[in-house]
Design a binder for this molecule. Structure first.
Ligand code: IPD
Ligand code: CA
Ligand code: CA
Length: 296
């Protein structure tokens, strides 16, 4: 497994070493870090990994359950995470990786450079639909998102952003978000959160569903963040997401003016599971003020 990929990425490895050397030199001289080499390297890894995932439909996928029968993982999730981690460790040995499948580092604080990786976000879609899943990657420096990527593998669409440099869908720059009131908004929300649940009161959520223009649920938090960033939906909320689900998409969404916080309005810690809401600023305020009532 990965033999062709390993050979193909060897070239990137050599090139990545150069990028690493450039970064180290910049750090040593106290210059602002040059993220260009890391950005190009991350994109090359994502494209190679996407190729491997698409190929896996021809070679077979082994599915197993994690915490429950509905919490699925495949051999491909694991292989892709291992592929990234091998490459990151070779090229950037002082960076840390927090990955969903547990092959990365135990990250308890966010100083330095941390890569947040979800090798396949939307594993259930990957298994059941063979579409609507993504590779999600966020690269943070001292807890601040610098580079973000969400790759819609089957569509071949790469959403990316560098902090302060705008967000892109492939080569097309995404536009700043427009403000929307609830009545003219399409809200990304999973039906579970409109039923009784242990995180938030469901009655105001029913009110939200009744008052908004419509709801959507795509089954991949990373893709839902890109739908917000691209203006296809106006908000996305969930009661329980992990750092690797949102770290990449948040960098992208921030670049078009979205606000992303926990449901009590705090910045995400990115160190464990948290509630999550992202929207244009006015709608974000309205959601927190009128529709989200967290249980104690
Ligand atoms: C899941 C997806 C899903 C969200 C879950 C996540 P996974 O990620 O993003 O949309 O509702 O909370 O765990 O398990 O497919 O990587
Ligand atoms: Ca995920
Ligand atoms: Ca995953």
């Amino acid at each position: 497994m990965f033999s062709v990929m390993e050979i193909m990425t060897e070239a990137f490895f050599v090139w990545g070493q150069t990028g690493y050397a450039i970064l180290k030199a910049a750090e040593l001289e106290g210059l602002e870090m040059n993220w260009g080499p890391i950005d190009r390297y991350a994109k090359s890894l994502i494209k190679e990994a996407g190729h491997h995932i698409r190929h896996s439909f021809f070679t077979g996928i082994e599915v197993s359950a994690k915490s429950s029968e509905n919490d699925l993982v495949t051999n491909i999730d694991k292989e892709i995470e291992q592929f990234f981690i091998r490459r990151i460790r070779q090229n950037f040995p002082d960076h840390r990786v927090m990955g969903e499948e547990g092959f990365g580092d135990t990250v308890e604080t966010l100083e330095g450079v941390v890569w947040f990786l979800d090798p396949i976000d939307g594993t259930m879609n990957f298994i059941h639909q063979k579409r609507n899943f993504a590779i999600s990657l966020g690269i943070y420096l001292d807890g601040v998102g610098v580079l973000g990527y969400v790759y819609d593998v089957m569509a071949g669409d790469l959403y990316s952003a560098e902090k302060g440099e705008g967000a892109y869908l492939n080569d097309i720059r995404l536009l700043p978000l427009k403000e929307t009131a609830v009545e003219e908004s399409v809200i990304g929300v999973n039906a579970s959160w409109v039923a009784p649940n242990r995180y938030a009161e469901h009655e105001p959520m029913i009110e939200l569903v009744n008052r908004c223009r419509g709801t959507r649920s795509y089954g991949s938090a990373a893709l839902e963040l890109t739908h917000v960033a691209a203006g296809r939906i106006d908000a996305y909320l969930s009661m329980r997401l992990s750092p690797w689900d949102v770290a990449g998409g948040m960098v992208i969404a921030n670049e078009v003016g979205a606000v992303a916080t926990t449901m009590d309005g705090s910045a995400l810690s990115l160190l464990g599971q948290e509630t999550f809401v992202v929207a244009n600023p006015g709608l974000h305020r309205q959601l927190l003020g009128e529709f989200i009532r967290l249980k104690k």
